[in-house]
Write a protein that binds this ligand. Structure first.
Ligand code: MRU
Length: 351
């Protein structure tokens, strides 16, 4: 922990480390987890953009923090920030945190923001990283009391690995676990990239939180048998009306939760709320490569030449969401006024 940090990123299991002495950004390679814990080093904004696109780092808030450091690296190398922003914006279209962080980095820097040994852009990226973890901790505080005792199902990975540290949906679970609320977690494996099986299972297991892995098609059965009492997920973009884009499969879980009369929670920082996008219909949905569907790792499962669709996200209509847990409070329907009111209380950048 450096003298300028108000939180310990290692303790928060942050997958992102920036060394301002060398200008090197290290990212925990999430493509290799849980088999290998390898950190990849990025020295240029081109390398940072490639790491986001290839999903070395993933999860909406983590993508935003990484892009902020990418901008800082460009500034340190005397490169154009506008060009760096264009490159980074082209990496992944759905997670609005990416655009939020880039815009934050392009804002004029306040005078006197420098810290010995750091350029202002490095300090600003650091403050975005810090702010992200602090927002996750607040989400945990607001969300933990909402989780009923028993089984809580989560999808994809909205944990420390998907953020600056600690996590959003898993941040709520972490805080509920600390408060001994008697929960146990079911993690959906999350086809096709397996963020649940590889990342959520790894992260919760490492933190000593009771977690059981299920395949995506088991959720309905587990709900019908009374083993699941709530569902909590993260978000990549929340439209002004509360419609929420998250990992493909989330919408199906929201429908299942409604059918079984279970609460369905979305946990996200206000940097994920996009008031400029009126409804879910306007949210761009990323299509990823066919290979993610036809293969698991290097093993091919489907015939050569088969037609494939691979939308990486879906949109859950606001009407299926019990509450949206943010860093400044909990929004409930009608979401449009509730989210707008919360957005007005969002603390500005730390610098
Ligand atoms: O494709 P990914 O792994 O980046 O998708 C991640 C998700 O869908 C997460 O649930 C979302 O970004 C929230 S992370 C706190």
């Amino acid at each position: 922990m450096s003298s300028i940090d108000v939180i310990d990123f290692d303790e928060m299991l942050s997958p992102i480390r920036y060394d301002h002495a060398t200008g090197v950004l290290s990212l925990l390679d999430q493509r290799l987890l849980p088999a290998e814990e390898i950190w990849i080093e990025c020295r240029t904004v081109v390398e940072v953009a490639a790491a986001i696109k290839d999903m070395v780092v993933r999860g909406a808030p983590a993508i935003g923090v990484t892009a902020a450091y990418g901008m800082a690296i460009a500034a340190r190398r005397g490169e154009s920030l506008e060009e760096a922003a264009t490159l980074l914006r082209a990496t992944r279209p759905t997670a609005v945190n990416l655009f939020w962080a880039i815009d934050m980095m392009l804002k004029p820097q306040r005078q006197g923001g420098a810290f010995p040994g750091m350029i202002p852009e490095e300090l600003r990226a650091r403050s975005i990283h810090t702010m992200d973890v602090l927002m996750c901790l607040k989400i945990g505080e607001f969300g933990a009391p909402l989780l009923p005792q028993g089984g809580v199902l989560t999808h994809c990975n909205a944990g420390a690995l998907a953020t600056g540290g600690y996590g959003t949906a898993l941040g709520v679970i972490r805080t509920a676990h600390k408060q001994k609320r008697g929960i146990h977690v079911f993690a959906d494996e999350t086809r096709p990239f397996l963020q649940g099986a590889r990342l959520t299972a790894w992260e919760l297991h490492k933190s000593g939180i009771d977690v059981t892995l299920i395949t995506d098609n088991m959720a309905a059965h587990m709900m019908q048998r009374g083993e699941i009492q709530s569902v909590i997920v993260g978000a990549d973009r929340i439209a002004a009306n509360g419609d929420t884009a998250n990992k493909i499969g989330t919408y199906g879980l929201a429908l299942l939760a409604r059918a079984h009369d279970l609460p369905f929670y979305v946990a996200a920082p206000l940097s994920t709320v996009d008031l400029a996008t009126p409804t879910g219909r306007q949210i761009p949905i990323e299509e990823r490569s066919a290979r993610e569907v036809t293969h698991v790792g290097d093993k091919q499962l489907a015939p050569d030449g088969i037609k494939v669709r691979n939308p990486a996200f879906d949109v859950t209509p606001a009407g299926l969401i019990t509450a949206i847990i943010t860093n400044v409070g909990v929004a409930r329907a009608p979401y449009e006024p509730a989210l707008a009111a919360l957005a007005r209380t969002m603390p500005g950048p730390l610098l």
